[in-house]
Write a protein that binds this ligand. Sequence first.
Ligand code: SAM
Length: 279
Amino acid sequence: MSNCAWRKDSPGGFAVRRTLRPVAGHLPRRRFGQNFLADRSVIGKIVAAIDPRAGDRLIEIGPGQGALTQALLERIPHLHAVEIDRDLAGGLLAHFTPEQLSLHVGDALAFDFAALGEDLRLVGNLPYNISSPLLFHLTDHIDRIRDCHFMLQLEVVERMAAAAGNKTYGRLSVMLQYWYRIERLFRVAPGSFRPAPKVESAVVRMTPRRPLPVIAHDYGVFTRVVAAAFSHRRKTLRNALRDLVPERAYQAAGVDPALRPETLGVAEFVRLADAIAVC
Ligand code: SAM
């Protein structure tokens, strides 16, 4: 059924493949962001960072040819995975038993992670073309997430983890740091993938903040303020947010309207958004 080179070599089922080999016949699909991990030491570092334990509910996004899946299944008996590419899905189903892998074939952007229960641990070498929408989609299920370990473009990880005042700090930093503690773990060179991407990558850990240190009264207003502020990051807050934030809201929030958006922390954006309602 599959184009992939999976080895079936155990009489009672499918043995976990011991060595990573190039996949015969499967041409990596650029539209699905297919850069397969081919470096065992990197795979080992990702698994060590996740530190999976029996009983953990792991969900891998984009298992591809199963390089990370296989390494995870050497530590835990079962995991879920969401894969959009039907050819690769066929290979995974041929290689792993149903006891090892529950495979959901489809688009992770439309996947209802809530259907998989609570205390979810998400992992994946993410397709870079959908990484930001996927990160935003996951915030819809934040109450069910224990943690996420993702490989992403280095530049995206730097934006996610940036502190206020940093030149890479922006909308992605504020919106994700509102929900998560974000740790950049380690860099991964292009040569660790087949085919090699044009950019460097990094592995990031995201841990939902519980309880949230600050809560926006109206999350929709908060997202609009942050989006508008960073669509004009060279302007002052007063100019960037002229249509959204009345002058007296700055005083109520204790925020200087002459500042640039990139100097404001998450809590200050929340205060500013909340102040709109009372001004
Ligand atoms: N985990 C594998 C590895 O590390 O070698 C593959 C990683 S590859 C960068 C990204 C994987 O995500 C591919 O298998 C691709 O088909 C899959 N993918 C791309 N878009 C997806 C989507 N919207 N939903 C689910 N999987 C997707």
